[in-house]
Design a protein around this ligand. Structure first.
Ligand code: 3H9
Length: 701
């Protein structure tokens, strides 16, 4: 028997145990071990077989690191047919999460029992894949076509009690000892003469599916696909489950799985899966760095940002005190939070009771003395360095020793803020993205003097509140906003060169961005960028630079809030509409600046907008602002809605080829000047070597 899978008899029950930490992924040795154990059990004194796992979870899926490499025997389908064809009932005993291939293993078993806290799911879609070991054929046979489609296209795990209602689990077992409970359940099944239940024997009546069901599912899913093809292929597999015999359905599933596993989309999404987990690790911090307890949090500032941050903590049962300058502001802040929660309740996504228990965790004060006992303070007032310094001096005077003092600034100097206290080692940036209770990214900004345990605690608390954390050093705009500057600049330059706003935005949206940069400007308010530019002294003195944004603001076209910006907005539906007035204005401005307008290809729009991101990303790596290129990808995917199916700007650059990116940047430099297009030395070096950011990262690791 392999080391990671053991088999032993407990009376008349054979018990197969998988032990492949951390998540019992189905590596080749695990597949082989299960196959051998099932075969062994056919010839011994066992009358039933229990399949269980050691450690924190049941099998969490195929071993993702094996994808993209030559397949190793036995394949998972072979193991599953051995289980399904066992002459003795095989009972899966589930704890933790049975995901992907792990859940598919249980579906090939004859019975499934689970503890109530377990969850089961098919999250393959999050990796640009579909369940490739029968999930698309077995789930619809058990739970029905609609439920299967929802479960597989959303990738969301289902809690065991709900899975039992859906028929996906046969029994919820009690007690702390799952193995003993599963053995006892197996005994009951034997005593009752329970049959060898095979999911494959269930048939779905095609007549039960309403006409047009699959077409409309495809259409709905395409709306949010953003360059992903997996959803469409999942629909095809479920259609096959309805219309084809089991073996042909499995064959179809295999073919489509093979298509996806070799697709660039899946490669990009697998990159992000590992990048996300890597980003949480700080290179020079020992794994066992001590953490400070965080049992109570204070938020300074009850605006939209402060309110969203407060909700993040209340959502994980951590009490929060919100600090405002006066009672009115405090009431307004707490009101925003109440309103946000009640919207969730109205949508049916939260019970009234649940909302109240969260609201009870959020209190307010106008007196700093009331936050002297908190473990973490997050300042979220508006962007004014002097004000922030003043607040941190006050926090220094009030908060207990050991409290972590964080600023949510988007671009101010965290070191200057830290130095306003006598304890700069306790200070760092925790940069949330708006709306803070929704957006997944948290940039953890390490000041020059930030202590190791402050960083370790911040990474852990970020994970606890459901954020994906990436570490940045201090610079203007940190990783994300610093890179954004050139992206926004080029979107506007493209207008003067001959594009319409629709052309720019729709090209980027077709690539997979959630929203193009000009429409995004309209959403955020064009005055925001305008004001930020006025306070910058490092921008070239060039009338072309951010010209259209400036002209529109000066016409009081501030974006959605004034009903017009780069576009006009339908007052009722808020639909964005091309505005011939703006298009004419762009032509006028170009003429004033002597710019000869021309046809611009989609390819050039992508290069002009994305290559500044990549170039700045290379500078950020050289300067040590980001730890790894993949951290930058995480920032862009989770903070700026860069399409996950493209893997983030640095992964995308590697796919395009750094030599191609570099050559194009040089061409733009020759055309538009060094002020805007200056290749980063690291990009040049890697391009000349024929290397990639991924290879560079591997050398640095
Ligand atoms: C599939 O099953 C295809 C089949 O349908 C068909 C096949 C033919 N493989 O997330 P964590 C690593 S596709 C390899 O921090 P948590 C992870 O990188 C798969 N490694 O823990 C990390 O490594 P490190 C479908 C994996 O407690 C460590 O384990 N399944 C895998 O927060 C801990 O991970 C999925 O998509 C894997 N499958 O969350 C499930 N999973 O420590 C993917 C994890 O070096 N996994 N690792 O950074 C998860 O969703 C979460 O890991 C889980 C635990 C919820 C299980």
């Amino acid at each position: 028997m392999s080391q990671v899978v053991s088999y032993e008899l407990h009376g008349n029950i054979g018990v197969i145990s998988v032990n492949n930490p951390p998540v019992n992924a189905l590596a080749q040795v695990v597949r082989e071990g299960i196959l051998n154990a099932v075969q062994q059990a056919q010839g011994d004194a066992s009358e039933a077989i229990v399949l269980r796992c050691e450690g924190r979870t049941f099998i969490a899926g195929a071993d993702i690191t094996e994808f993209g490499k030559p397949p190793k025997s036995p394949g998972l389908p072979e193991v599953l047919s051995e289980i399904e064809n066992s002459s003795k009932p095989v009972i899966a005993a589930i704890h933790g999460t049975a995901l992907g291939g792990g859940f598919e293993v249980t579906l090939a078993c004859h019975y499934r029992c689970a503890i109530a806290s377990a969850r089961v799911g098919l999250p393959e879609v999050n990796l640009g894949l579909l369940p490739g070991a029968g999930g698309t054929q077995r789930v619809p046979r058990i739970a029905g076509v609609k439920a299967a489609l929802d479960m597989i296209t959303s990738g969301k795990p289902v809690p065991a009690p709900k899975a039992k209602e859906m028929g996906l689990i046969d029994e919820i077992v009690e007690g702390d000892d799952l193995q003993a409970a599963a053995i006892s359940y197996a005994g009951e099944l034997l005593n009752a003469g329970a049959p060898l239940k095979r999911v494959r024997d269930i048939t779905i009546d095609p007549e039960s599916i309403e006409p047009g069901f699959f077409e409309s599912a495809r259409k709905n899913l395409a709306k949010r696909a953003r360059g992903q093809i997996a959803q469409d292929r999942i629909v095809s597999c479920i259609e096959a489950a309805v219309n084809l015999p089991m073996d042909e359905g499995l064959q179809r599933e295999r073919e489509l799985f093979s298509e996806l596993v070799t697709s660039p989309e899946s490669a990009a999404m697998r990159h992000i899966f590992f990048a996300e987990r890597q980003a949480a690790k700080i290179k020079d911090l020992p794994k066992d760095t001590a953490q400070r307890p965080i049992n109570k949090v204070a938020i300074i500032g009850g605006g939209t940002m402060g309110g969203g941050i407060a909700m993040c903590f209340a959502n994980v049962d951590i009490p929060v005190v919100m600090v405002e300058i006066n009672d009115d502001a405090l009431e307004r802040g707490l009101g925003i939070i109440r309103k946000n929660y009640s919207i969730t309740v109205k949508k049916g996504k939260m019970s009234e009771e649940h909302m109240n228990s969260r609201l009870e965790l959020i209190s307010g004060t106008t007196d700093y003395a009331d936050i002297s006992d908190v473990d973490l303070v997050i300042e979220a007032v508006f962007e004014n360095l002097d004000l922030k310094k003043e607040i941190f001096a006050k926090l220094d005077a009030t908060c207990k020793q050991g409290a972590i003092l964080a600023t949510n600034t988007s671009y101010q100097d965290v070191d200057a803020i830290a130095n306003a206290t006598q304890r700069p080692e306790d200070v760092l940036g925790l940069h949330f993205f708006s709306p803070a209770n929704v957006m997944k990214l948290l940039e953890v900004v390490r000041g020059e003097k930030t202590a190791d345990d402050v960083l370790a605690t911040s990474m852990a608390i970020g994970k606890k509140i459901g954020k994906i954390c990436a570490l940045s050093r201090v610079c203007y705009g940190f990783i994300g906003n610093r890179m954004l500057s050139g992206y926004g600049r080029e979107a506007q330059m493209l207008l003067l060169d001959g594009c319409t706003p629709t052309q720019v935005d729709s090209t980027l949206e077709k690539f997979g961005m959630a929203m193009g940069p000009l429409a995004m400007g309209d959403l955020a308010g064009l005055d925001v960028g305008y004001k930020a530019r006025q306070s910058r002294t490092d921008l070239p003195d060039d009338p072309k630079l951010f010209r259209m944004g400036t002209v529109l603001v000066e016409m009081d076209r501030l974006g959605q809030k004034t009903g017009a910006g780069y576009y006009k907005y339908d007052p009722e539906t808020r639909a964005r509409l091309a505005d011939p007035e703006v298009e004419a204005l762009i032509k006028e401005e170009a003429a004033k600046l002597d710019i000869e307008q021309r046809e611009i290809s989609e390819e050039e729009i992508l290069q002009r907008c994305f290559y500044p991101l990549i170039n700045e990303g290379a500078l950020i790596l050289e300067e040590g602002i980001a730890q790894r290129p993949s951290d930058i990808d995480v920032v862009y995917v989770y903070g700026y809605a860069f399409p996950v199916a493209k893997g983030g700007p640095m992964f995308y650059a590697d796919q395009v080829g750094l030599k191609n990116v570099y050559d194009k940047i040089c061409e733009f430099r020759d055309r538009y000047g060094e002020d805007y297009w200056k290749p980063a030395p690291l990009l040049k070096e890697l391009a000349e070597k024929g290397s990639s950011f991924a290879e560079w990262a591997a050398e640095q690791a």
